[in-house]
Design a protein around this ligand. Structure first.
Ligand code: 5GP
Length: 181
């Protein structure tokens, strides 16, 4: 399928399943090499990263654990208005090597907030593994060690990422067309 329609928007294929799998394997190999002997705890940020997490974990060959958290948006008293709170982490991460597994880093604000929250729980080290980065949008100076792919500043769906809840099921990644027409 080269084109899909979700609600009012049309999307065209921009990253194929084969490309995704190749880059995910590359990231996994890097983690296997760098974090051997550290028993990392992979912290998958739901919902968007569920497919990336599954494929990444299938390629991780070192002893490790995986757990899942959700970010809940609520109106906070901040300059931006919206604050994301981490929910569902029951593991003790003190002294642990933590790898955050994200779908996409856009402005970086979500990741910054997550790092702050996790930092208060005394992990030994925190690494970031993200499927996608939009470098043009990045506003925060983040040390993102593991990036599968860098993409332009367009809205995408598929491989876990949604448009209004739909589109997460596709194995390819699709980019919106005619967004401004
Ligand atoms: P940030 O806080 O880095 O600006 O935003 C990160 C979050 O925005 C991601 O976890 C994701 O939920 C959402 N996001 C950013 N860009 C896209 C995109 O192109 N498509 C989809 N489906 N979600 C996106």
């Amino acid at each position: 399928m080269n084109r899909i329609k979700i609600k009012d928007k049309e999307f065209t294929i921009s990253i194929t399943e084969e490309q995704i799998q190749r880059e995910v394997k590359r990231v996994a190999n890097g983690i296997n090499r760098d974090l051997a002997g550290k028993n990392p705890l992979f912290l998958s940020v739901l919902n968007g990263s569920f497919m990336f997490t599954a494929d990444l974990m299938r390629n991780i060959t070192i002893p490790c654990e995986v757990t899942f958290v959700k970010l809940a948006s609520y109106q906070g008293v901040t300059t931006t208005g919206k604050v994301k709170e981490m929910m569902g982490l029951s593991e003790d991460i003190s002294g642990r090597t933590v790898v955050i597994v994200e779908d996409i880093v856009d402005t970086g604000l979500t990741m910054e907030r997550l790092l702050e929250t996790l930092g208060t729980r005394n992990p030994k080290e925190i690494h970031i593994a993200t499927l996608l980065v939009k470098p043009e949008k990045l506003r925060i100076d983040l040390d993102i060690k593991y990036v599968a792919m860098r993409i332009p500043n367009d809205f995408i769906v598929g491989y876990g990422l949604d448009y209004d809840g739909f589109g997460r099921n596709y194995s390819n990644i699709y980019t919106v067309i005619n967004e401004n027409e």
